[in-house]
Write a protein that binds this ligand. Structure first.
Ligand SMILES: C[S@@+](CC[C@H](N)C(=O)[O-])C[C@H]1O[C@@H](n2cnc3c(N)ncnc32)[C@H](O)[C@@H]1O
Length: 221
């Protein structure tokens, strides 16, 4: 089966209403963070989360899942956002064992990944809820996530050839994970430079075991 990788440059709040109901199997994303980093990675307060939750809920299949990285300081807020899509199910911990960055005198050694789905859904197999990793050398995006962590989620929470959506794509880590594991992926990213990075990173990759197609569009452009 042919896999497709579609990248859209634009505002996900404007783009998502054009998607069909129940058209994606899994949404895996990493929303922008608040405060200090606002300038470089987007403004969490600048997104209308009620509108985003409503659209994601409509687009996701009834047996689909939402998985979302979450900054610890935003935990209550992000659980509320996710619960607008599906009920909260579990927290998976990404343990970044050599990270020495600190905020408020805490070393930030883990990232929660929140899982929302209907209660009948389970991971593909028994799976640990802690994934150990290390910081990324030479990151191309200030909030870039670890590829191996994203592959762990893609592998355990979806089936081969499933359709993923990341509406806040950053540097394209979710798309690269989907490529490595034979999933299809649609990514939306508002920043033109980040879209260029995603194209450099993901587009043009060739696979010996399957055909793939790539598309890039500028929404409203
Ligand atoms: C936390 S970063 C994602 C980083 C990603 N996980 C990675 O590994 O590179 C969130 C991204 O959302 C993008 N963004 C912010 N508001 C957006 C919007 N309304 N529509 C689409 N993308 C948006 C930002 O430009 C930023 O690159």
């Amino acid at each position: 089966m042919k896999n497709f990788y579609r990248l859209i440059q634009g505002d996900c709040l404007k783009m998502l209403p054009t998607f069909d109901d129940e058209s994606v199997d899994l949404i895996f994303t990493d929303p922008p963070y608040e405060a200090k980093t606002k300038k470089v990675i987007g403004d969490v307060e600048g997104i209308d989360w009620n509108v985003l939750s409503k659209e994601l809920s409509r687009i996701l299949k009834s047996d689909g899942s939402l998985l979302m990285f979450c900054p610890i300081v935003n935990l209550p807020k992000f659980i509320k956002i996710g619960e607008g899509v599906r009920p909260f199910r579990w927290q998976i911990i990404e343990y970044v064992c050599n990270r020495m960055q600190s905020i408020s005198n805490f070393y930030l050694q883990y990232n929660p990944i929140l899982w929302f789905s209907n209660h009948t859904i389970k991971p593909q197999k028994r799976v640990q809820d802690l994934f150990r990793t290390t910081i990324i050398p030479n990151a191309i995006h200030p909030a870039q996530k670890n590829l191996e962590t994203c592959k762990f989620i893609v592998d355990n929470f979806s089936r081969v050839n499933g359709i993923f959506l990341d509406p806040l794509m950053g540097s394209g880590t979710v798309m690269e994970a989907c490529q490595d594991l034979r999933r299809n992926c649609i990514g939306i990213e508002i920043d033109a430079n980040n879209c260029e990075s995603i194209r450099t990173r993901c587009f043009g990759r060739q696979f010996l075991d399957r055909e793939v197609s790539y598309s890039f569009e500028v929404f409203g452009g």
